[in-house]
Design a protein around this ligand. Structure first.
Ligand SMILES: [Zn+2]
Length: 311
């Protein structure tokens, strides 16, 4: 039999033991936890303490490999940066994008050089060619008092002034001065009627086809010769050069090109002005426009189209 005091002290002892037992368990938990923590940090107490101080997790190395911001990382980190991270933008930046005007020019140049190499010759459908479906006008086109005839400005069918007396007189003066230089000039084709141009043009079309004929012969109504002011000039006894590119190399052609303007004539279809005039260069075709205007065009080196502001 135990008395109350014994019973009380026994209870007290049990309670004390219970506390000791709890303390041991807690200590064991803390110890094993620490061992585990150190273990996950490569068994380095130093590392484990660092992790605790920096508040980072032991798995941080894996996260760093994926992270784009860690520039000091090597191996997989670097590769992942090269592939995906925004830090490879500077390496792309020097590459010019298509919106760059220089690139655009290069692309256009490539395009124009590329498949378009076998270019077809200038067709009458080009900007200086004929206007499709255009009808002949009722009145001739006069700008600044100058009669203009080209592939956009034809003459009325019934416009038939004959050869201009003023132009003929000017040509005679010109020819007379050329003789002094030993050059014997002749105007082998001047006024051509609408009907004659029709015959001429159709003959060329029959021979070479319409497309080819359009490149060297005017359609009826579109010939400057119908004005009576156009003179095709060559040398007497040198018919082989008449209306031929070979005339351009002769002394006569050079003399004309340098002096005709003083008599009111202009070289109507100069070299390199095909886009302006709509015709290939013709070293023999001169147009009378009067001394003052001819001087101006000669000095400025411009075509009649440019002078009249239609080009
Ligand atoms: Zn001509």
């Amino acid at each position: 039999m135990r008395n109350k005091n014994d019973e009380y002290s026994a209870k007290k002892r049990r309670r004390k033991n219970k506390w000791i037992d709890g303390g041991i368990v807690l200590l064991l938990i803390i110890l094993s936890g620490s061992v585990l923590w150190i273990g996950t940090n490569g068994w380095s107490v130093e590392n484990a303490v660092d992790r605790i101080q920096n508040g980072s997790k032991p798995t941080v190395d894996f996260l760093e490999i994926e992270g784009p911001s860690d520039s000091e990382s090597t191996g997989p980190t670097k590769r992942s940066q090269e592939n995906t991270s925004p830090s490879d933008m500077p390496s792309e930046a020097p590459l010019r994008k298509p919106e760059d005007p220089l690139i655009r020019e290069e692309i256009q140049e490539e395009k124009s050089i590329g498949p378009a190499v076998p270019q077809k010759p200038i067709k009458p459908s080009n900007p200086t060619g004929y206007i499709k479906g255009q009808k002949l006008p009722k009145e001739p086109k006069l700008i600044k008092g100058v009669l203009l005839v080209n592939k956009q400005y034809p003459l009325p069918k019934d416009y038939a002034p004959g050869e201009s007396a003023e132009a003929r007189e000017a040509f005679n003066e010109l020819a007379a001065e050329a003789v002094i230089s030993g050059i014997n000039l002749q105007a082998f084709s001047t006024y051509r009627s609408y009907e004659y141009q029709t015959t001429l043009y159709n003959r060329y079309v029959d021979r070479d086809g319409r497309e080819a004929a359009d490149r060297y012969s005017a359609r009826p109504g579109y010939s400057e010769h119908q004005t009576g002011l156009a003179f095709d000039i060559g040398e007497v006894n040198h018919e082989k050069h008449w209306a031929s590119n070979s005339f351009g190399d002769t002394e006569a052609a050079k003399w004309l090109a340098a002096n005709a303007h003083r008599f009111g004539f202009i070289l109507r279809y100069p070299k390199g002005k095909e886009e302006m005039t709509g015709y290939m260069h013709e070293s023999w075709h001169y147009r009378y426009i009067g001394k003052d205007t001819a001087e101006q065009l000669f000095k400025r080196g411009i075509t009649l189209e440019e002078y009249l502001g239609v080009r």
